[in-house]
Design a protein around this ligand. Structure first.
Ligand SMILES: Nc1ncnc2c1ncn2[C@@H]1O[C@H](COP(=O)(O)OP(=O)(O)OP(=O)(O)O)[C@@H](O)[C@H]1O
Ligand SMILES: [Mg+2]
Length: 646
């Protein structure tokens, strides 16, 4: 039962006051973060793309400017500042999550040591501004799966106890079995969601917690509860750094440190009492009735509504900044940083609890989690299982039954049906992936940054989870359409038909996943795959224009499309061994012009020369697309990990 941290809370509390002699003695025991001279710049284009001359110019924008502070365990720090002042960026900088690290200067020390690249995510827990949770799981399930992903080597009993303890700590126990919910259906409230996100981080017993706006969008009471909770967490031997918007004045005393940011600069950082004294000394005392947070943030904001005001407010901020940098408070911070750096007996870098499971076990947990989540999604399941059938019903209703009389469209109808069976199932697969995968992708982006698993592992779990759905869905569709429309009545041919449609359906879904790896916007992905599918059908099937007649570039291109193989196999599967009739005995010679084929083999030889001998190889190539695309999808998500990790 070491839930509540290592040291004695009472002891730790006393060290949080300042850098006095007493604290110095204590500091050897407590963990600390020192941030010194952190600056961050980005290169931005001056104008939008439609303004050509400005678009080609770039300017350097400083987002963080020489930020320094020092905080020790047992303390909670609130970062204030108006929108765009660089609060989130500062948290990202501390936790090593910034892109373009070459524009980053300054040092971040934990217990006096600089962290190595891979230590960042094991050291900090980061609760981002938006909650990413699976909507169909209960709170308890959600936390249990997270625990399983991080603490596999522990017994199930341990994990259960741990989850219960964390839920109790965040007062979630009474709603443990409530479904989390999403924007589409109601579940737990916004404040409860925030607490679940915090709880998920607490499972690993982090010593350093960063939270980006944990209270935004919540009512005052809930917001206050969350801040009090975080302050309690901090006082149990943790470091908590949070950004906050418009806190109530009651919270003033809950923070051990308050930092105010303006235009990337730290205008002030110190404890609440120091803050009041400091600003009074600068000539700005907070009026009795006003909220000190609002007052000081307003005071240090740059008003950009007009040039004059901007200059006036900016110079005011500069005066305050230089007053702060010359103050005793700031020199104490610098001294504390130097002291920790030189300290001999530093505590080790505090890492989160981590006994990560093997890659296989992670995959297994992810598969269970994904399956359980989707198994609760009634509409999702209905959509998955019946979408192909609905399409089949429509085709069957339109086509009725295939006939063998050429005059009555024996060839035409079959070609049309094959065309539909080649082009529609990939499309339904694509729709599935676009509808169901992006929320999972958002979660895996988040959790892979936390080091729980890799993006591609979630992808693979998703692929494995949808295979049974695809098999059932395509089985329902094939059985219905094959026997209703009256395709070649033979069990093994039906088996091949089923196998080809299944492959196309899964290929459609895999192809979409490949693109979802590198393209963020699902709408663009959807348009892209629809076009890709149409192009594939036109170039590859040989049903729109026979391949023989196509110009060479298209012929070559057709070999790259999976539709080429599926349509050849389906055509041979249906036409081989078929004998046609031609009208009744009394049909005229004019109608007989339709009767150019007397059997199916002639049709195949005319439109798909050589397809008969390629039957097996076509089938194998079609199936080779599956592992091929799965591998490409994994690679695509590895690339994604690079991109988002930068
Ligand atoms: N990678 C980046 N490229 C370009 N600009 C960036 C980048 N990251 C941050 N910025 C800019 O830096 C400024 C500070 O952003 P940041 O998100 O840190 O502000 P914030 O204080 O968290 O604001 P809010 O309170 O609205 O969340 C913003 O103007 C933002 O546009
Ligand atoms: Mg922010």
């Amino acid at each position: 039962r070491r839930m509540l941290g290592r040291g004695s809370p009472a002891l730790e509390r006393s060290s949080s006051g300042g850098q006095t002699g007493e604290a110095k003695a204590m500091a050897q025991l407590s963990d600390s973060i020192s941030v010194r001279g952190v600056s961050y710049t980005v290169r931005e284009r001056v104008g939008p793309w439609w303004n050509v001359s400005l678009y080609h110019k770039k300017w350097t924008r400083q987002i963080l400017k020489d930020v320094s502070f020092h905080i020790e365990s047992g303390q909670i720090m609130g970062i204030l500042g108006n929108s765009g002042s660089g609060k989130t960026t500062l948290l990202d900088a501390i936790s090593g999550r910034l892109g373009h690290k070459d524009n980053f200067f300054g040092e971040v020390y934990v217990n006096g040591r600089q962290l190595k690249k891979e230590q960042f995510r094991d050291c900090f827990s980061y609760v981002p501004q938006s909650d990413t949770l699976l909507s169909f799981l209960t709170i308890q399930e959600s936390l249990t799966y997270t625990a399983l992903l991080t603490l596999q080597k522990r017994s199930n009993d341990f994990i259960k106890k741990k989850v219960d303890a964390v839920m109790a700590e965040l007062s979630l126990s009474h709603i443990a079995d409530k479904i989390i919910g999403s924007r589409i259906f109601v579940g737990i409230s916004g404040g409860e969601r925030r607490r679940v996100s915090i709880a998920a981080q607490l499972l690993q017993d982090p010593k350093i917690m960063l939270l980006d706006e944990p209270t935004t969008g919540l009512d005052c009471l809930t917001a206050n509860q969350i801040v009090s909770l975080l302050s309690e967490l901090a006082h149990r031997d943790r470091i908590v750094i949070m950004t906050i918007h418009q806190p109530r004045s009651e919270l003033f005393r809950l923070f051990d440190k308050i930092a105010i940011m303006s235009f990337g600069e730290l205008v002030f950082c110190g404890n609440p009492m120091e803050m009041i004294t400091f600003f009074s000394n600068c000539g700005y005392s907070c009026p009795e009735q006003s909220n000190p947070f609002d007052f000081y943030v307003d005071l240090t904001s740059v008003d950009t509504r007009s040039k004059e005001r901007e200059l006036k407010t900016y110079s005011r901020v500069q005066v305050i900044v230089s007053a702060y940098k010359n103050s005793e408070i700031f020199s104490k911070v610098l001294a504390a940083i130097e002291r920790t750096k030189c300290m001999k007996e530093l505590p080790p870098i505090p890492l989160k609890n981590k006994d990560s499971p093997s890659a296989f076990y992670k995959l297994w947990i992810l598969l269970r989690r994904t399956t359980r989540n989707f198994s609760r999604d009634k509409m999702g399941i209905i959509m998955r299982l019946l979408q192909n059938l609905l399409f089949g019903l429509f085709v069957a209703f339109f086509l009725l039954r295939l006939r063998s009389d050429l005059v009555k469209g024996a060839v035409q109808d079959r070609v049309g049906l094959i065309y539909q069976c080649v082009s529609a199932p990939p499309y339904t697969g694509m729709l599935n992936a676009v509808a169901l995968f992006p929320p999972l992708r958002a979660i895996s982006d988040q959790e892979s940054k936390d080091g729980l698993y890799k993006n591609w592992q979630m992808l693979l779990a998703y692929i494995v989870h949808f295979l049974p759905f695809s098999v059932i869905s395509v089985a329902i569709f094939s059985t219905f359409i094959y026997w209703t429309a009256g395709l070649y009545p033979d069990a093994s041919r039906f088996g091949i038909f089923f196998a080809v449609v299944l492959a196309s359906h899964v290929i459609g879904e895999l192809l979409t996943l490949v693109i979802l790896g590198v393209v963020q916007n699902p709408n663009i992905v959807q348009s892209g795959v629809v076009l890709l599918n149409s192009a594939g059908v036109i170039v590859g099937t040989g049903l729109v224009r026979t391949i023989e007649e196509m110009p060479t570039p298209f012929k070559i291109l057709s070999y790259l499309t999976f539709q080429k193989y599926s349509s050849e196999v389906l055509t041979v599967n249906e036409f081989y061994g078929l004998n046609f009739t031609c009208g009744g005995a009394n049909s005229s010679t004019a109608i007989n012009a339709a009767c150019i084929f007397s059997n199916g083999i002639q049709f195949i030889e005319k439109n798909f020369p050589g397809a008969l001998s390629r039957f097996t190889i076509d089938f194998l190539i079609l199936y080779a697309f599956l592992p091929g695309l799965a591998i490409v999808a994994i690679l695509s998500f590895k690339v994604r990990e690079r991109i988002i990790g930068r």
